[in-house]
Ligand binder design. Structure first.
Ligand SMILES: *[C@@H]1O[C@H](CO)[C@@H](O)[C@H](O)[C@H]1NC(C)=O
Ligand SMILES: *[C@@H]1O[C@H](CO)[C@@H](O)[C@H](O)[C@H]1NC(C)=O
Length: 673
């Protein structure tokens, strides 16, 4: 390829060397539909694009570019025998693309010049043809047809869009604002040299008539019948024998791209008119503006599409994020149904900062409902299957209808895939357990403890006897008693509660509840009753009065089981020894005695001997007197020391959490627990 080009170049060079002597005679007419490097002599910024477009200047400031036909032509000579030596005819198509429309500069000049090398000091505001000190000198010997796009006061330009005839000077001998004569409309129509559109210029000189005609038109118009400029001038006074023909263009502080698309010249007759369709196209300003517009449009569309996609993605993600499961049967629970979105927002997206606690059932989060500004606690229970969900939700809703000041109010629920969310009233003081076993600052005095016991008792009484159905709580213990802002005790976590019709006994196949609070018959038969709740309440009473757990590893083996220990104290006639040392003896003796004895009585191994919650309530209220306790130790509590130790060991090894871990349950919550 390279050698091919080199040899081609050599042949072309040889051709020109051989042809040079014949040039004047034969190469006095040419037509260039686009240019080739060998056609022209280039100077300054002028260059030829690969598609043949001649660019005289780019739109950088203070640039000058020249392009001349590669050989000089004979003009002012009679000796050569040419009768019309000065006549010529030419037309070319140009385009001026301003840098910042509508301002551009300076322009293009078709030039007949003694030399193709124009001194470097030629000024750009003199179209790159000369410098001011030379302007107008007769030694200049040039003719130029200027396409001037700036109004230069130094050369007395009429405006910034004109065509002028210049001889030896940039002060035009004649000039006219750029227009063309429309043959059809019979009038001049103005054109914008700086439009960036290709335009056609014809220059014809007739030596006989000494008439110089300059005609301008857009490229889609045939050469108009009437020229723009028509000037009588004797070029023999100015032009030398040998002259170069070509173009000069310049930019100044304002700049344009100056292009010549094609050029036809004839020294001995009418120049052939250019076929515009064959010419290379300039990168048009309008086009680039259009392209800019297109790019902007594409960008806008792209941005819009991206926005739509992002919005859609966010929407889908949010849908997914907030997706819930809502089935037809739930419609009746509408008022109890919370939207996941609201819960999500209330808990700040289940943020760890809002985490209140974590149990076997799942995590509890604090939240604030934005709509009502109420504080809530959200229990997040995971469940794997839909099985039993309907019944469970029914239960939940039923419990939502439970209203008692000593029950933590269930506000509603929400279901998601694999998750159940229970919304409760928020209890600012958390669980009683924290107070009983926490540091001294959280220690509760007897008055507060007694009030909590009475409160929980009344809550449980409500569940057992005062509501339309019997509700078994099945997991009464200090960690399930929550304290409100005034340290009122409220029974919470109905997770294990089961509903059953009044009078019916709930049949269970597996034991539910917490070790230490489980009635002996419950562990044997698995049957939960109000009596088993009472048993747990007894353990809870002792827990509150003694400040220790129902089963706990202690120094002495007989102290492991709280019931046994309290019973031992009672037998010794010193039941008050069992009271919580943290109270430091500050309690109402009668009340303390009552609570301890009642705790023992509720822990009776025979269910029927245990008082009902109503009786418990009456006793606590002082409306009844406590019966004398039986003296056999075996009838209280449910474990021997050996059993208790075994339980402790097994629990410690499997949960490592002590005694509060729930044993497995047959509740529908099973799946989540
Ligand atoms: C214009 O041409 C000059 C000289 O060739 C060059 O230095 C400059 O970078 C060009 N400017 C642009 C905008 O192409
Ligand atoms: C042009 O040629 C004529 C006749 O030969 C001569 O008188 C005249 O001076 C020439 N013009 C110039 C500018 O040289």
């Amino acid at each position: 390829m390279a050698t091919g080009l080199t040899s081609l170049h050599f042949l072309i060079t040889l051709y020109f060397i051989l042809k040079v002597p014949l040039m004047f005679a034969q190469d006095d007419h040419f037509i260039y539909n686009g240019f080739h490097q060998d056609n022209l002599l280039l100077d300054g910024t002028a260059r030829i694009h690969p598609d043949g477009l001649l660019q005289l200047t780019n739109n950088s400031q203070q640039q000058v570019g020249h392009a001349f036909f590669r050989l000089p032509l004979k003009f002012n000579t009679s000796s050569s025998g040419l009768t019309q030596a000065l006549s010529f005819s030419t037309n070319f198509v140009f385009a001026i693309v301003p840098q910042t429309p509508p301002i551009g500069g300076h322009g293009i000049a078709f030039t007949i010049s003694p030399s193709w090398k124009i001194p470097n000091d030629s000024y750009s505001n003199y179209l790159g043809l000369l410098n001011p000190s030379d302007d107008g000198l007769s030694k200049n010997h040039f003719l130029a047809i200027e396409l001037d796009t700036t109004k230069g006061p130094e050369v007395q330009d009429k405006d910034d869009n004109h065509v002028g005839i210049d001889v030896n000077s940039l002060k035009s001998i004649e000039s006219a604002t750029a227009t063309y004569f429309s043959d059809q409309e019979g009038k001049n129509i103005s054109v914008e040299l700086l439009s960036g559109n290709p335009m056609h210029l014809w220059i014809d000189y007739n030596e006989t008539e000494k008439l110089l005609n300059v005609t301008l038109s857009p490229t889609d118009i045939q050469k108009p019948n009437r020229p723009l400029l028509s000037t009588r001038i004797d070029l023999s006074q100015y032009l030398l024998k040998s002259m170069y023909v070509g173009f000069s263009a310049a930019t100044s502080a304002v700049a344009s791209d100056h292009y010549i698309l094609g050029w036809s010249f004839n020294k001995s007759g009418q120049a052939q008119s250019l076929d515009v369709s064959k010419l290379p196209q300039p990168p048009r300003q309008r086009k680039s503006k259009d392209r800019q517009g297109q790019i902007i449009m594409i960008l806008i569309i792209a941005v819009v599409i991206v926005l739509i996609l992002v919005t859609a993605a966010i929407f889908v993600l949010r849908r997914k994020k907030y997706a819930e499961i809502l089935e037809d049967w739930e419609s009746e629970y509408g008022p109890h149904r919370f939207s996941y979105k609201n819960i999500y927002k209330a808990t700040k997206g289940f943020s760890d900062k809002e985490l209140l606690g974590e149990g076997g059932f799942g995590k509890v989060y604090k939240g604030t409902l934005h709509s009502s500004n109420t504080q809530i606690a959200v229990k997040k229970v995971s469940h794997d299957s839909k099985q039993g969900m309907k019944e469970f939700v029914a239960e939940i809703i039923s419990m939502g209808r439970l209203r008692h000041r000593n029950l933590v109010q269930l506000l509603g629920y929400c279901r998601r895939k694999g998750e159940l969310l229970l919304v409760y009233d928020y209890m600012p003081n958390g669980s009683l357990e924290k107070f009983l076993y926490g540091n001294e600052r959280t220690n509760l005095n007897w008055l507060q403890r007694f009030r909590i016991l009475k409160g929980v008792a009344s809550g449980l009484l409500y569940l057992h006897e005062e509501w339309e159905q019997v509700v078994l709580h099945r997991d009464i213990k200090s960690s399930n008693v929550l304290l409100d802002a005034e340290l009122n005790g409220k029974l919470g976590d109905f997770g294990l509660a089961r509903l059953c019709e009044h009078g019916a006994i709930l049949e269970t196949t597996r034991v539910a509840g917490t070790v230490g609070y489980l009635a002996p018959e419950l562990t044997k038969t698995g049957r939960a009753t109000t009596y088993t709740d009472v048993f747990a309440f007894g353990a809870f009473m002792l827990e509150v009065a003694c400040g220790r757990k129902p089963i706990e590893i202690r120094g002495l083996p007989e102290e492991v089981i709280l019931v046994d220990w309290v019973f031992g104290c009672w037998r010794k006639g010193a039941i008050l020894d069992a009271s919580d040392p943290k109270l430091e003896g500050n309690y109402v003796v009668k009340e303390m005695e009552l609570v301890l004895k009642l705790g023992l009585l509720c822990s009776h191994s025979t269910p029927a001997v245990r008082p009902s919650m109503r009786e418990v309530m009456q006793l606590l209220d002082g409306d009844a007197d406590l019966q004398e306790l039986p003296h056999e130790s075996t009838i209280f509590g449910n474990f021997t020391n050996v059993e208790a130790s075994e339980i402790l060991l097994s629990i410690n090894s499997s949960f490592d959490k002590g005694l509060t871990a729930s044993s497995s349950t047959d509740s529908v919550l099973d799946s989540g627990r």
